[in-house]
Design a binder for this molecule. Sequence first.
Ligand code: BES
Ligand code: MN
Ligand code: ZN
Length: 513
Amino acid sequence: MQIRVSPGTSSSLQAGALVVPAFSDARLDGAAQGADQELGGAITDVLASGEIKGKTNEVALIHVKDLAVKRVLVVGLGDRAKFEPQALAKYAGTAVRYLGKRNVRSIAIALPLEAQHHVRAAASFVVEGALAGTIDTTTYRSEPEKPIVLEELTVVSTAGSHQFEARALDEGIERGRVLGEAVNAARLMALTPANDMTPTHMAKRAEELAKEFGLRFEALDEERMKKLGMGSLLSVSQGSDQPAKLIVLTYEGDPGNPEKLAFVGKGLTFDSGGISIKPAENMHEMKYDMSGGAGVIAALSAVARLKPKLNVIGLVPASENLPGPRATKPGDIVRAMNGKTIEVINTDAEGRLILADALCYARELGATKIVDCATLTGSMVMALGHAATGTMSNDDPFVKHFLSVANQTGERYWQLPIYEDYSNAVKSEIADLRNSTGRPAGSLTASAFLQNFVGTTPWIHLDIAGTAYVDETPYMAKGPTGTPVRALVAFAEDLAKTRVAAKNGAPSTAAKS
Ligand code: BES
Ligand code: MN
Ligand code: ZN
């Protein structure tokens, strides 16, 4: 895809369609106002008609004769006073999906004047959202749906005439491209059915991305894991013929610095529940149970391309959870890498078992900060629905920093507590821990369980069970969302920036990009 910048909507602008924003106050400005004038008030008319009220992701298409561009798509941006640059990814995604389905392959998207002080971020969101809008989810059909093809994207910014703003636009576009491609890489991995996305396939995909973008890649096999004492992880894979893999990706952006951020993602390529088998209804959705792992692999690929000045490792324990003849049985007791023994009450609480050893190994590799992400509990969907990712931590300043960055990315994160009550609930009568408790606070007892494997290392656990895949929206196809790739990448960038700022004696900030 070609991406260009245009300073306005003048006659030199060539595209199949021009996309302009409308807020709910129906007041036009910037590029929208310019286009409206050239069109003799056609956009004002469509707003006055009430056909579109400027509500978020609403659209109205106008065919025009007075511009070089033959169509104008008005896309709603909601309340002007509440505008945030992150809304632009959905704005662009909505436009690309609407126009792409109508075969428009070249689109010019105008930034709202509201974004003029955040040109870099705005451009990044527009490009990321546009790319996310193009994904083809029908590749397995013998006659795939006509895919949305975006050959040319022009970012129209009336702020782009100044030198420094032009540079910010270019930087934002480049970042948006990297992030959008990473988001789509994660989504495509998750979309791939479990017969084509085994732990071995997942490791191969990680290796491909590592080669392409310059990451160190390693995948521990079961023999290695056994030697390392990862009895918890291996107790999950033993019910399946597919061997488990522990994928490790390494990015060294600040060699010699002992600080090392670890991302750990649950890569459960199919969760049948094991012997504690799940009901058949919706079990097919458990191919998405590797979304956290896909997110970590994709985030590392973006980090390798954006090159922030810090060290990041990505760990993905990848396994199936099946009720084969060697499967772990409820009541079995297994031993994790740190020596803790776990009574397996429910073999469907397998995510925490594979994460336990991966978290231990992250510390073994020298992680000084850990963020894990996992489609870990059905309770998470009960608690927050699909609206936000539950965010649990053992370190308040660390998680506050994460939240301030992650909630600016277009993804939503909401903190929940890990009270001692929950830590007590995961104690076993005959072993150190049990992997399942009663129904109350299932996401938080799961967090309390994981906390046993991070020691004193600052750690954040993201339960993406409700946010990793959702129904269709105007801006994205039904299925995987790419959560938490945007947040992980932004957090790595921000940690690098805050470190550099701290070195220079400046106070640390959770700066907007
Ligand atoms: N992968 C599931 C959690 C899940 C459920 C994710 C629905 C997305 C949608 C996880 O492995 C699981 O089965 N968790 C159990 C834990 C319970 C047995 C303690 C759950 O949430 O029911
Ligand atoms: Mn399960
Ligand atoms: Zn699971």
